[in-house]
Design a protein around this ligand. Structure first.
Ligand SMILES: Cc1cc2nc3c(=O)[nH]c(=O)nc-3n(C[C@H](O)[C@H](O)[C@H](O)COP(=O)(O)O)c2cc1C
Length: 161
């Protein structure tokens, strides 16, 4: 799958088949995250791949559907780094696109994860001075959602707003 195809095909997938995503694919997905653009090349990130079901069930607080994920990538950022939010967002989007290219469903879970950040930090022994930016559950897609996207002509402006 080429890059534009992955961008066009990517959707947030929240239903998964009971199929394990191979370790190599999980590493390829995180590798795509670590290669993202990052302000001043600071790379203020760490990624935790969680595959153990008894640990994954704890993420249900951020969405009951996460329990059926084959793996969850926890995106850990250094908030003392100047562009940590932008850097984290770039890494997450890269991982979503890599997942799509590998036939793996994924979803950026931030809004529902942040209220549980302290629980996630203590569960995974994440240092106190780091932030959990998002969870990225992964699994073979068991749905094909088609959310409405604004048409290009509605958002594209040539030369001036
Ligand atoms: C910053 C951010 C936070 C998000 N947080 C959540 C979340 O907490 N739970 C969830 O199910 N989806 C979450 N999403 C996924 C969005 O709901 C999804 O991207 C949006 O509905 C558009 O659908 P699409 O990704 O299929 O294009 C988040 C996406 C972004 C970019």
């Amino acid at each position: 799958m080429d890059t534009l195809e992955a961008i066009r095909n990517r959707r947030s997938i929240r239903r998964y088949k009971a199929e394990v995503i191979p370790k190599d694919d999980l590493e390829t997905i995180v590798d795509a995250g670590r290669l993202a653009a990052t302000g001043s090349n600071r790379q203020p990130w760490d990624f935790i791949i969680v595959t153990e079901k008894p640990v994954i069930v704890n993420f249900k607080v951020s969405g009951a559907w996460i329990e059926s994920a084959s793996a969850v990538i926890v995106v850990v950022m250094d908030p003392n780094s100047r562009w940590w939010v932008e850097d984290g967002a770039a890494a997450i989007e890269n991982m979503l696109l890599a997942s799509t290219a590998l036939g793996c469903g994924s979803c950026w879970v931030e809004g529902d994860a942040l209220p549980h950040e302290e629980m996630i930090k203590s569960l995974l022994r994440i240092p106190a001075d780091k932030r959990v930016m998002a969870l990225v559950p992964l699994g073979r897609p068991a749905e094909t959602p088609t959310p409405r996207k604004k048409p290009l002509e509605e958002v594209l402006h040539w030369e001036k707003f």
